[in-house]
Write a protein that binds this ligand. Structure first.
Ligand code: C5P
Length: 400
């Protein structure tokens, strides 16, 4: 398992064309670099009307390229050399004009020439950004079809409010989502064709209309798994308890609150799935009779009667049509004994165990995988790295 940033060792040429969204490309460059990529920026002349080369130069630590006749490249052939050691040419934002030029195979500036001179080892990803009428124009629609047919990966555009004041399709996809698309592009598709159902986060059990019983689960581990599964090519549904986390790119999220609503959401979906990963910290008990009115602080003591919640994972795993079920065991002590016991009791092919002190609510985790072969400890790492390793393990077990 590697704990390095996901794009380490990759070179990405980030091409910026003349759209208002060009200012967001500076953030995109920063995110790509944070993930370990070497980023080389190419700007069109029009892009320079929206953002300065100095911004990109400072962020990437590399010279910015704009001119076909730039003599800084030792052989004077920037249009050939820039993509030769790159694995991805990402045009963000890509204007309608840039797309039309790509489709026609024009070569009258550095970017268009670079695109034409690109070889097969360097993929092309395009994030269109333009006014909604321009996007809807039949000429653009035709161009997009041709571009996709030529093998380009198209990300977006997104819908929403545009700089011109109109509302519709044509916004550049946000930098964080573009980063996701880039990471997905480089992730081996070990889960292609698999449908994965994941529960994540805490549950909230109502005491009265304003109070709940909940726990300290952040949801990060379940969200990291959903994200990693989607990047590995799976169709992912995430049943999420209350968390403040953003929906991972390419994942369908169903928001629930109580254990009972999570149970219902899982039961109506598990049969259509190949894998069920129960990461949620489901409350074991709920108030027996939540008050319809806010409870007043009149008495010195308050007792709340609690009843058992259904065990969602055990319920699914016990069914004849159960998918491949994965459980999590967060224990305060005796991890091996409890995790192995849980695997046997709930009849699970795989349990991911961690000590509460090691993972609950934090950014990192140290886990041990328990399967029919025994225990497999993973070194402490950020949850996204742990998620990738768990999925690699699942995909190996699914093949056996
Ligand atoms: O038995 P325990 O609660 O420790 O088991 C934890 C595992 O079972 C986790 O995978 C958790 O998501 C799942 N679980 C569940 N429904 C419950 C309690 C736990 O799905 N009511």
């Amino acid at each position: 398992m590697n704990s390095k940033a996901e794009l380490s060792g990759r070179t990405i040429v980030l091409a910026v064309t003349g759209g208002v969204a060009a200012y967001k490309s500076a953030e995109l460059a920063r995110l790509l670099i944070k993930e370990g990529a070497r980023v080389r920026v190419v700007m069109t002349e029009a892009a320079a009307h929206f953002i300065g080369a100095a911004t990109f130069q400072a962020i990437t630590g590399e010279p910015v390229w704009s001119d076909l006749w730039d003599a800084r490249m030792p052989n004077g052939m920037a249009h050939i050399d820039l993509t030769r050691d790159a694995q991805l040419l990402l045009i963000a934002p890509a204007t309608a004009d840039c797309i039309a030029k790509l489709v026609q195979g024009r070569a009258d500036d550095l970017l268009s020439t670079l695109c034409l001179a690109r070889d097969a080892t360097c993929a092309l990803m395009v994030a269109p950004a333009m006014n909604r009428q321009m996007w809807e124009h039949p000429a653009t629609a035709r161009n997009m079809n041709t571009l996709r047919g030529d093998g380009a990966i198209v990300v977006g555009p997104a819908a929403g409010e545009q700089a011109c004041g109109e509302v519709g399709l044509g916004r550049m996809v946000e930098p964080a989502e573009l980063l996701d698309a880039v990471l997905a592009h480089f992730t081996p598709k070990t889960m292609a064709g698999r449908r994965v159902l994941i529960t994540a986060g805490p549950t909230a059990e109502a005491i009265d209309p304003v109070r709940v019983v909940t726990n300290l689960s952040s949801g990060r581990m379940g969200y990291a798994l959903a994200c990693a599964a989607a990047r590995a090519g799976a169709e992912v549904t995430l049943i999420s308890g209350p968390t403040g986390l953003a929906k991972p790119f390419g994942v369908e999220r169903v928001d629930v609150s109580s254990a009972l609503s999570m149970h219902e959401a899982v039961l109506s979906r598990y049969a259509a799935c190949d894998v069920f990963i129960a990461v949620a910290a489901v409350a074991d008990y709920r108030p027996a009779a939540p008050s319809e009115r806010k409870i007043k602080k009149s008495a010195d003591k308050l007792s709340i009667d609690m009843v058992r919640n259904p065990d969602i994972l055990a319920d699914v795993a016990a069914r004849a049509d159960a998918p491949f079920c994965v459980g999590f065991a967060a224990e305060s002590h005796d991890l091996d004994t409890y995790a192995q016991g849980k695997r046997a009791a709930k009849k699970l092919p795989l349990v991911v165990g961690n000590l509460v002190a090691d993972g609950l609510g934090g950014e990192d985790n140290a886990v041990v995988l328990y399967d029919a072969e025994g225990r497999h400890p993973l070194v402490r790492a950020p949850k996204p790295v742990i998620a990738r390793a768990i999925l690699e393990h699942i995909s190996r077990l699914l093949k056996d």
